[in-house]
Design a protein around this ligand. Structure first.
Ligand code: FES
Ligand code: FES
Length: 179
C-alpha cells in the first residue's frame, strides 16, 4: 500500500510491502545510501536517522508506520555538510573506517538539538547504542563538545540545518564508505 512521508524535506510516496524496513526504503528505493546497515535488529546504531526530530533506528521500523512522518537522513542534515556536528567531525578527524559514522552523527545532532551543552554523562548516555568497531568513542565525545561550542557561537547551529562554509568533504559525511 502506498505510503507518503517526507524525506529530507521532500514529500515522497513509495509503494513497497508494508513490513519493508525504512532502512531499505531509504537505501534501495530512494538511493540514499549514507544510512548504513549493521545488525538489522536495532542493536548497533549504524542505521540511525531522525524520525519527527528524534534519532531513531531505521532497520526495525516498517514503512507502514511512516505515513506523514518527517524523516531526515545524513544526506539531509545540512544542505552542504555545514551542520556544526559535521564540521566538528571533520575538524577532529573522527572517522576511522567510517562505517558507523553517519549513525553517530545523526545521534549526536539529535542530542545537541535537545541538550545544547551536554556533559560527558549526557553524551555517553545518548550515544550508548551507537557501536563503533574502530573505537572512535573518545573523538566522538570531543567532537560533540566542539560542535556544542560552535553552535553556541552561532557557528553552524547544532539544532537546525546549517548554512555556513562548505569546506567539509561532503562525500565523507554523507556516505562514509561510499557503499
Ligand atoms: S542496522 Fe539498525 S541498529 Fe544496527
Ligand atoms: S569508524 Fe569504523 S566502525 Fe566506527
Amino acid at each position: 500500500m502506498p505510503v507518503t512521508f517526507k524525506v529530507n524535506g521532500k514529500s515522497t510516496t513509495v509503494d513497497v510491502a508494508d513490513d519493508t524496513p525504512l532502512l531499505w526504503v531509504l537505501r534501495d528505493v530512494l538511493d540514499l545510501k549514507g544510512t548504513k546497515y549493521g545488525c538489522g535488529i536495532a542493536q548497533c546504531g549504524a542505521c540511525t536517522v531522525h524520525i519527527d526530530g528524534v534519532a531513531s533506528r531505521s532497520c526495525n521500523r516498517p514503512i507502514s508506520e511512516m505515513g506523514g512522518a518527517e524523516v531526515v537522513t545524513i544526506e539531509g542534515l545540512s544542505p552542504d555538510g555545514s551542520h556544526a556536528v559535521q564540521r566538528a567531525w571533520v575538524e577532529l578527524d573522527v572517522p576511522q573506517c567510517g562505517y558507523c559514522q553517519a549513525g553517530q552523527i545523526m545521534s549526536a545532532a539529535s542530542l545537541l538539538a535537545r541538550t545544547p551543552k551536554p556533559t560527558d554523562t549526557d553524551i555517553d548516555r545518548a550515544m550508548n547504542g551507537n557501536i563503533c568497531r574502530c573505537a572512535t568513542y573518545l573523538r566522538i565525545r570531543q567532537a560533540i563538545h566542539r560542535a556544542a561550542t560552535m553552535a553556541a557561537a552561532n557557528d553552524g547551529g547544532a539544532g537546525r540545518r546549517g548554512t555556513g562554509d562548505a569546506d567539509a568533504p561532503r562525500s565523507l559525511l554523507t556516505s562514509p564508505t561510499g557503499a
